[in-house]
Design a binder for this molecule. Sequence first.
Ligand code: NDP
Length: 460
Amino acid sequence: MPISSAVIAERQTEAEQYVRSVYDKVVRRDPNEVEFHQAVKEILESLVPVLARHPHYIQHGILERLVEPERMITFRVPWMNDAGEVKVNRGFRVQFNSAIGPYKGGLRFHPSVNLSIIKFLGFEQILKNALTGQPIGGGKGGSDFDPKGKSDAEVMRFTQSFMTELYKYIGPDTDVPAGDIGVGAREIGYMFGQYKRIRGGYEAGVLTGKGIGYGGSLARKEATGYGCVYFAVEMLKSRGLSFQDSTVVVSGSGNVSIYAIEKAQQLGATVVACSDSNGYIYDPNGIHLPTVKRLKEVERKRISEYVTEHPGATFTEGCEGIWSIQCDIALPCATQNEIDEDAARTLVAGGTIAVSEGANMPSTLEAIDVFHKAKVLFGPAKAANAGGVAVSALEMAQNNMRLSWTFEEVDAKLQAIMRSIYNESLRAAQAHGDPDNLLMGANIAGFMKVADSMIVQGVI
Ligand code: NDP
């Protein structure tokens, strides 16, 4: 029997009140966790249409349970620097939700890391992982340790100390960390070595992002950046557009940025700018990627050094200005809240047609609103950057089967996954009355998978 419009309106009000009450409780409980509040607000508000249509999610208290991590671990990480001084950092692992599989999510080493940041990342990860269609739950971790300027020996001593505590809580069927900001191949290698040493066995599936020689997957390094571009390709296709001959700006020059630049260039775009935490470079002839790779991946130098080798390029101190460079496609791939309302307005005024988020939560809520109102194609992080964790899950699958797929095989699977994430997000957006809102679509599609699994598993 069709539902009357009065009942629909009543349910909508009920869903809005429910969302507000859960959000208010989150803020009341942990008033200082601003990043976590932002992520919760973004997700919860977009779920109103699905809660109104399926009120049993409210009856099962799904949102109250979803916003509370299953487990949070914080620990001391003592280590000694090269001068023989004792240093102490703080370690975190938030095991957020295991309804559809073992906790999965990266480790971030950056001085800004705190519980709020780890909780926002872990919360986003729940729905992102569900969207990939793979059996992985949501988690995240890290430390306020800054690898920048540290020697290899210091990084090794720190990561060994970190893993000496973390190993108790992780395992191939329990919780599988990976890299994130400040955690790349070097850090994963040291952590895997220490885990293996403590456990006394070779559990390859305990970490992903491993080196190819010891259980890593081909194309994992490229996956997040390539995936972010593949997602943008799908969005552009919906308007008969492509990367060919477009001008692209990519923020950051780390793992995600470098491979987003690479794929965009392969598809015929000119990438004119990228950045690091000190500032950005602008090269109107197109960024010379081998230089960026050498500076950032090998020599661990500052992006400003690029201009000494490429005199046609300029370096500007500070990161915000990068969004004033005219571009057709913007790929924010550095960090959270790097595009605010003003930056979004500047991009729109400059004619940007698509934004695909490689970083986690790089656009503020106000910026997203600007993009939606201007009908800019907007690929939300949890959909557009899910390629990294998707290939991490493929790495786990290869570890379980004790085999390895070729680069082309993994890349083909990645493309298929990104296409499917786009289609699922689009379908959910269409079904809930806002066909252009992929953010809402991605949240709803991921949420329904997790919520349905939570319901059948009982109140736990
Ligand atoms: P990296 O550490 O490899 O690179 C981060 C890059 O961003 C560096 O160039 C860094 O500069 C720059 N950066 C950091 N903070 C700022 C800032 N405040 N302003 C401007 N630039 C900044 O990290 P990743 O590439 O792995 O991660 C980047 C983003 O992508 C993060 O949001 C992460 O959560 C997200 N992500 C990563 C995935 C992965 O597979 N690695 C998967 C999904 C999402 P500097 O060199 O100065 O430090």
